[in-house]
Every structure is written in C-alpha cells, then in structure tokens.
Design a protein. Structure first.
Length: 183
C-alpha cells in the first residue's frame, strides 16, 4: 500500500483493468442465470433480446457514474451524488436505500452462489425444495465471513483478491452454463 502524502484527498491506486474487473464481476452474479430462466419463460425469444440490450443500457449508467465521479471525487460517491441534484432530504432517502441494499446483497449472493455453484458440485447443500441444508448454510455463512475482511481492508485489497476470484467466478459460471441441461 502506498502512503497517503495528502490526507485530505482520495488516492488513485487502482487501474482501469482493476475497475473493469470489479464492475463486471460485481454485475454478473449468479442471479443472471435465474433471471435468464424467468425471462425466457415469460418473454420467450424476446428474453434473449433483453439480455443483448442490457449491457448497452448498463454502459450508459456506468458512463454517467464515471462522469459524476470525476466531477465529485468523494468517498461513498453513489450515496452522495443525489445531494448535489436533489438536496439533503432526497440524499438521506438515497443513502438509506443504499444501506439497505448493501446489507442484503452479501447474503443473497452467498445464497445464490451456494445454490448454483456449490450445489452443482455438492448436491447435498440444498434440500429438494430449494432451501439450504445445514451444510449449505454453513458454506453461505463462511462466504459472508470472507466478505468482511475484504470490506474492512478497503478497495485495494478487494481489487487484488477480485483479480483471482473474479476470473474464478466467470470460469465456474461458464462451466455450469456450458455443461448443464435446460430445466
């Protein structure tokens, strides 16, 4: 880690590749496969069109955040940006919604990862009705506990770990997508 010679400013220690991998690995979760099944079931072939258009729309959102982040380089940017356009009351609502979002995402990601990836290799982690068994619950809790130090030590450590686990995540999802039979 580099030393902070200017304590009032944010340090720029991550490169473009690290940001891209963080963004892509964070965007492509296990739920993408559950969503695809529902989309094709509901919309038929138009579900494929939705999955083709989604990255384009997502790119516009990402470019907007990149632009705003350059204008207002603050820690916790997405939770703070609405204060500039909508005022303090709206920012409070936005920040609370972000907090709730951040509280629910780790358990959901752990559940989906256990239900999709771990279940693929170890079927005993899920009951026939889709609920986690005790073993599945222990694996999910272990995953959540692994998230804690990543968040505690900051984005630099997260980027280093994500370099390995991001590619591992892509590889596991690709293996499952290519070798699974349709439901």
């Amino acid at each position: 880690m580099s030393t902070n010679s200017n304590p009032g400013k944010l340090r720029k220690n991550l490169g473009l590749t690290q940001f891209l991998l963080i963004g892509i690995a964070g965007s492509i979760g296990g739920a993408i496969f559950y969503g695809a099944q529902k989309a094709v079931g509901s919309a038929g072939p138009a579900g494929i069109l939705a999955y083709a258009l989604a990255p384009v729309l997502y790119l516009f959102v990402a470019l907007t955040y990149i632009d705003i982040s350059q204008d207002f380089p603050e820690a916790g940017g997405p939770s703070r940006f609405s204060i500039y356009s909508h005022g303090q009351a709206t920012n409070l609502i936005n920040a609370m919604a972000d907090l709730i979002w951040y509280l629910f995402i780790p358990p959901l990601e752990a559940y989906v990862f256990v239900g999709l990836v771990v279940h693929y290799f170890f079927p005993q982690v899920l009951q026939p009705n889709g609920n986690l068994t005790l073993a599945g619950g222990i694996v999910a809790v272990a995953l959540i506990l692994l998230f804690v130090p990543l968040n505690y030590y900051g984005i630099e450590v997260f980027a280093k770990v994500n370099r390995v686990f991001g590619w591992l995540k892509f590889a596991l999802y690709a293996v499952i997508a290519l070798t699974s039979s349709p439901p």
